[in-house]
Design a protein around this ligand. Structure first.
Ligand code: 5GP
Ligand code: MN
Length: 346
């Protein structure tokens, strides 16, 4: 599905937005049904912000509470220990007409797949996100492109709702924060991010254990699969007006031969983007016979969210993605053609 282009400038939520969001939660009747949704192929921020907020709502006394995401109801192994997983239901069991929908980390309705229709019902739809490319769907938007993760927005709303952080909520929000900041390495890692991390750690959660489970544990088959996929990476030094492009692809057959689940491929981009000779890195992950989920990263010369939006996706300036059709070379060809037009001022 294609996302509409992002508005030219996007500012964060103002006081009225925060007040409207807080009021939407505080107005819930005792028997209200609340549905939490996050984007397809949920990552640490999608799951962590959704489950952390869900646990907060549970502390507030919300009894009819579900969390879900589109597609197969499969939680990637690195997140299978998260507190609040008991809130999850398969998308086809999610409330049809919830009194409140809260949406996490989705830049557009297309990222909600078969759950997008839940936003058009009689209940209110609250959107928590941090993508500059957010298309402004839903009734109340808490969209802060300056936030390092959606969990930053979720934590602020919990604080306004007077929900104290406990270790379970904190574990979820910490996973979200560390995944989206690359373990506090990326540009969005502000003093406020570290202050939030400090508040979360003060609940007693163990960052070493969490990082090991989320980032540093994968099956041996995935290690061998990475070897193969990295071995076929290609470097194009002249692409992006000489800033360079590095890319590789992983097929469904690669996954089958190594007996691996698709989620293991999410970490691949980190091994590709360290290439010194390229500003832009891409990983194409086959999701159908001629369909690829594409991850793109930039080190600062190129706005990859512009490339992604032009090709039907979205994301952030330095991390974005889309789904492309055709063979891998054709998809990379379309990316290459967009790079020159997405150069950032030096
Ligand atoms: P990743 O490469 O880690 O999957 O995604 C990087 C960023 O791009 C994330 O913020 C993610 O939400 C966004 N993104 C990835 N794929 C798509 C897509 O198909 N559509 C949109 N709108 N955003 C995407
Ligand atoms: Mn995010």
């Amino acid at each position: 599905m294609t996302d509409s282009p992002a508005p030219a400038t996007v500012t964060g939520p103002d006081e009225a937005d925060w007040a409207a969001a807080e009021a939407a939660v505080r107005a819930l009747a005792a028997d209200a049904r609340v549905l939490l949704v996050c984007h397809v192929n949920p990552d640490g921020d999608a799951l962590g912000s959704m489950l952390g907020f869900g646990l907060g709502l549970r502390r507030l006394g919300v009894r009819h509470l579900q969390a879900t995401f589109p597609g197969p109801p499969e939680v990637p192994d690195p997140f299978r220990w998260l507190p609040g997983l008991d809130l999850l239901v398969p998308s086809d069991e999610a409330y049809r007409e919830p009194d409140l929908v809260v949406c996490f980390d989705a830049a557009s309705e297309s990222r909600l797949g078969e759950l997008a229709d839940r936003l058009g019902g009689p209940g209110r739809a609250l959107v928590l996100d941090h993508h500059g490319s957010n298309t402004r769907f839903g009734d109340v938007q808490l969209v802060d492109p300056a936030a390092a993760a959606t969990s930053v927005v979720a934590e602020e709303l919990l604080a306004r709702l007077d929900v104290p952080l406990d270790a379970e909520i904190a574990a979820c929000l910490y996973v979200a924060l560390t995944t989206d900041t690359g373990s506090f390495r990326f540009e969005a890692t502000t003093p406020a991010v570290h202050r939030l991390a400090a508040r979360l750690l003060a609940t007693g959660i163990r960052p070493g254990d969490i990082s090991r489970q989320v980032f540093d544990t994968r099956p041996f088959g995935a290690v061998r699969l990475f070897g193969e996929v990295l071995g076929r990476a290609r470097l194009e030094p002249t692409a992006a007006a000489g800033h360079g492009l590095v890319w590789t692809y992983a097929t469904q057959d690669d996954l089958a031969r190594h007996d691996q689940r698709p989620y293991v491929l999410e970490a691949l981009i980190d091994s590709v983007r360290c290439t010194a000779e390229a500003d832009v890195a891409c990983v194409l992950k086959q999701v159908g016979p001629t369909e690829w989920a594409v991850s793109m990263r930039s080190k600062g010369a190129v706005d990859v969210s512009r490339v992604a939006v032009a090709l039907g996706g979205g994301g952030h300036r330095f991390a974005a993605g889309f789904t492309g059709a055709g063979d891998a070379d054709a998809v990379v060809g379309r990316i290459r053609a967009q790079l020159d037009g997405a150069l950032l001022p030096a």
